[in-house]
Design a protein around this ligand. Structure first.
Ligand code: PLP
Length: 477
């Protein structure tokens, strides 16, 4: 493709992009295709001759779009959002066009220096103390893995990076039963093994039981194992529970164990000063991650990772063969030493566009609306016969359960809620996901999509109630 055709196609694509976003409500939220349906539409081998962009684009619309779940749909209430925004997309277009691989300061000084500045902006916006330094990771999973690596190296006085774990006492990681699976995954990748991950019980209202944590640490020390890391949750994936960070920070200090806080979703809410009390103690952590790609209008991927002492991480990850020696190393961070991959995308650009375009106040206003609508929805649920609010609004996440008949067994009620969820998602009108809470299946409702307004939440609730009433007659004898 020559550059003049690129120009023409780029205009056409940007028109398509604007029309897609303007008309997104005409799509079913969750893709409605069956497994293998898209694969069948794709030729088994690569074409020998090049094809026209018109032909490729026609196939994109015909074969690919039906298999897309529309994360930017205003009735996307599933998982956590991966909310994007027009300024973020425009920046991504520039990033893709520049095509810079920003592994070193020298390979694009602006990328390193903008990332440095954006992490300072974000650190200040969420109220972290000035001694934290940040970098952008692809995901919270990667950031948590990096935190675990730093923790293991500290707990083994540097042996972890140089000699590995073999031959030494086992290192142990502590997290809660409700922590995200990425925590155990990180521990497995780091070589601790699942057997050295302690999943500490939670108290009734949610959040790690601090007393149980301290007992588990004591038991491990008595058995000759080395407590290496506590990974706390600021907003669990299931129901948004928050660990008692101040208590955990006190234990971490007393026991001299590294404390990492996973705030993948909820962390963005710390731009609201009124939310910060929920995270009291975070300022004492060794590291913290949250994802602007979940709730801060910056399209996937963009995960903000903050460390009190980045040297603890670079002690594990920094390697400088002569082909990577760079002019900037003495003056600027070399972010390649802060993450697992060497290559780095220019992710700071979209963050810069978003933060400048909305301003801190614009972002706060949107998040405050999400919190207010979640509280309003909770009232609706409580007023609707047959429905139970199973967890109250935690920031912009709540859970509920359809329980129309007290005589129904728990298993039958679980099945009914699974059927309700399937009915809702198969309708395409909205998208929700479930979790297990206190031994029961509950349906999560998360409000965080950029284009969601209150009337979308109302429409969604009406559709849920209607689907449930339809089920009742068929499913209950
Ligand atoms: N931690 C929590 C609490 C999450 O909710 C999630 C994903 O939803 C993750 C970690 C993983 O995030 P990522 O996809 O950025 O690795």
């Amino acid at each position: 493709m020559d550059i003049e055709e690129f120009r023409a196609q780029a205009h056409r694509f940007s028109d398509w992009m604007a029309s897609y976003l303007a008309g997104i409500e005409r799509y079913p939220v969750r893709s409605q295709v069956a497994a293998g349906q898209i694969l069948k539409l794709l030729p088994e081998s690569c074409p020998n001759g090049g094809e026209s962009m018109d032909a490729i684009f026609a196939d994109f619309e015909r074969s690919i779009m039906p298999g897309i779940t529309h994360w930017q749909h205003p009735r996307f209430f599933a998982y956590f959002s991966a909310n994007s925004s027009p300024p973020s997309v425009l920046a991504e277009m520039l990033t893709a066009t520049l095509g810079a691989q920003c592994m070193l300061w020298e390979t694009s000084p602006a990328a390193t220096e903008l990332e440095l500045r954006m992490m300072q902006w974000l650190r200040d916006l969420v109220g972290l103390p000035g001694e934290f330094s940040g970098c952008i990771q692809d995901s919270a999973s990667s950031a948590t893995l990096c935190a675990i690596l730093a923790a293991c190296n500290r707990a083994s006085a540097g042996r972890f990076a140089q000699e590995g774990l073999a031959g030494g006492p086992p290192l142990v990681l502590y997290t809660s039963v409700d922590a995200h699976s990425s925590v155990e995954k990180g521990a497995r990748i780091a070589g601790l093994g699942a057997a050295n991950v302690r999943k500490i019980a939670c108290v009734a209202e949610g959040g790690m039981d601090a007393l149980a944590l301290e007992s588990a640490i004591a038991a491990d020390r008595a058995a000759g194992r080395v407590p290496a890391a506590i990974v706390a949750s600021f907003g669990t994936t299931g129901v948004g529970a928050i660990d008692p960070l101040a208590d955990l920070a006190a234990i971490a200090r007393r026991q001299q164990v590294y404390l990492h806080v996973d705030g993948a979703w909820a962390g963005s809410a710390l731009i609201l000063p009124e939310v910060r009390a929920l995270a009291a103690g975070l300022e004492q952590a060794d590291s913290f991650v949250f994802n602007p790609h979940k709730w801060l209008l910056t399209n996937f991927d963009c995960s903000a990772f903050f460390l009190r002492n980045p040297a603890e991480l670079t002690a594990v990850l920094a390697l400088t063969p002569s082909y990577l020696e760079s002019a900037g190393a003495a003056h600027m961070p070399e972010y390649r030493d802060w993450s697992v991959p060497l290559g780095r995308r220019f992710r700071a650009l979209k963050l810069w566009f978003v933060l400048r375009s909305y301003g801190a106040d614009g972002l706060r206003e949107l998040l405050r609306e999400h919190l207010a609508w979640t509280r309003r929805l909770a009232q609706r649920i409580e007023q609707t016969p047959g429905f139970v609010l199973t967890t109250p609004p935690r920031l912009a996440l709540l859970s509920f359960r359809y329980q129309p008949d007290a005589a129904l067994s728990q298993a039958a009620n679980d099945a009914l809620n699974e059927a309700l969820l399937q009915g809702i998602n198969d309708s395409g009108a909205l998208y929700l996901t479930k979790t297990r809470h206190q031994g029961r299946t509950v349906i999560r409702f998360m409000i965080g999509q950029t284009y969601t307004r209150w009337h979308h939440v109302e429409q969604a609730w009406d559709a849920i109630v209607q689907t449930a009433r339809g089920l009742k007659t068929q499913s209950i004898p």
